[in-house]
Design a protein around this ligand. Structure first.
Ligand code: HPA
Length: 277
C-alpha cells in the first residue's frame, strides 16, 4: 500500500471511530462560510489536530474542524477550514482532506469559496454556481506517481462540475428566490490579490470569478470519481473594477452578505443531491 493511501486510511479510521453516521455528501466551506455547521443535528465535531495527518489551519475565518451530522436529515461531513497552496503546503497536502472526506463514502462533494467577481455584472454578496474552472495555479495535486487505488493516471475533466447536480442547485435557488449566476472560476496561487491587468487578462480568458482554492479539491475529487458541485460567494469586485484597494476584511464582510443565502440554499439542496444514485 502506498504511503499517501495508508495515511488516508488512518485518517478515515480515526474519524469513523467517533460516529456511527455514514455521510452521503461532503461540504467544504470557504472563508467566513462556516455558519451552516450550526444547523447540523446529532453532530460530532473533530478538531483537525485530532485527525492523523491533518494540519491545523492558519487563515482567519477558517476554523479547522471536521463535523459529521445530519443536515436536513441527510448524514453529511463538513470541513470548516481548508489548506491552501499559498500557505506553503504541497498540493498533495492541500488535497488530503478532500481525499479523506471522499474515502468516507460520499458520492457528491460541495465546494464553497469566497471569490472576487471578474464579471462586471457580479456584485458582492452574489452567488455563482461554478460550471467549470481554469487552473492557473501552476500546480496539480495529482503530480507524481499516480495513486492507482484512487483513480486513473489521466482523469477526464469534461464535467469537473457535475452538470445535473448544478441544474438541481440552480432550480432549487430559483424556487427559493435566490438569484444565482453560472460561471467559470479561475484558481490562482495567491496570496496576493490580482493586479488590475491580471483581472483584465482573466476576463479575456473566459473567467467570471477568481480565488485561491477549490481547484485542487475539485481535481482530487474528480480523480476519485466523486461528483463535484462548486458555489462561489462573490465577496468583492476583483481588482481594478472598483476604485478602492482590496483587503481580507472586505472579503470577510462580503462572505457574511452571501452566507445567509448560501445556508438556505445548501439546507434545501442537500437532500436532493444526496438522493441521486
Ligand atoms: N481574488 C482572489 N481571491 C479572492 C478574492 C479576489 O478578489 N476575493 C476572495 N478571494
Amino acid at each position: 500500500m502506498s504511503e499517501p493511501y495508508q495515511q488516508i486510511k488512518e485518517a478515515t479510521a480515526a474519524i469513523r471511530s467517533k460516529t456511527t453516521l455514514i455521510p452521503k455528501l461532503g461540504l467544504i466551506l470557504g472563508s467566513g462560510l462556516g455558519k451552516i455547521a450550526d444547523q447540523l443535528k446529532e453532530a460530532v465535531h473533530i478538531p483537525y489536530g485530532e485527525i492523523p495527518h491533518f494540519h491545523a489551519t492558519s487563515v482567519e475565518g477558517h476554523a479547522g474542524i471536521l463535523s459529521i451530522g445530519k443536515l436536513s436529515d441527510v448524514p453529511v461531513v463538513l470541513l470548516r477550514g481548508r489548506f491552501h497552496r499559498y500557505e506553503g503546503y504541497p498540493m498533495q497536502e492541500v488535497a488530503f482532506p478532500t481525499r479523506v472526506v471522499c474515502a468516507l463514502g460520499i458520492r457528491t462533494l460541495i465546494l464553497t469559496n469566497a471569490a472576487g467577481g471578474i464579471n462586471t455584472r457580479y456584485r458582492p454578496g452574489d452567488l455563482m454556481l461554478i460550471e467549470d474552472h481554469i487552473n492557473l495555479m501552476g500546480d496539480n495535486p495529482l503530480l507524481g506517481p499516480n495513486l492507482k487505488e484512487l483513480g486513473p493516471r489521466f482523469p477526464d475533466m469534461t464535467e469537473a462540475y457535475h452538470r445535473d447536480s448544478l441544474n438541481t442547485v440552480r432550480d432549487t435557488a430559483t424556487r427559493l428566490d435566490i438569484p444565482t449566476h453560472k460561471g467559470v472560476y479561475v484558481g490562482l496561487l495567491g496570496p496576493t490579490y490580482e493586479t488590475p491587468a491580471e483581472i483584465r487578462m482573466l476576463r479575456t480568458l473566459g473567467g467570471d470569478a477568481v480565488g485561491m482554492s477549490t481547484v485542487p479539491e475539485s481535481i482530487a475529487a474528480n480523480h476519485l470519481g466523486v461528483r463535484v458541485v462548486g458555489i462561489s460567494c462573490i465577496t468583492n469586485h476583483a481588482a481594478g473594477i472598483s476604485a478602492h484597494r482590496l483587503t481580507h476584511q472586505e472579503v470577510m464582510e462580503g462572505s457574511k452578505l452571501a452566507s445567509e443565502k448560501l445556508g438556505r440554499l445548501l439546507s434545501n439542496v442537500v437532500p436532493l443531491l444526496a438522493t441521486v444514485g
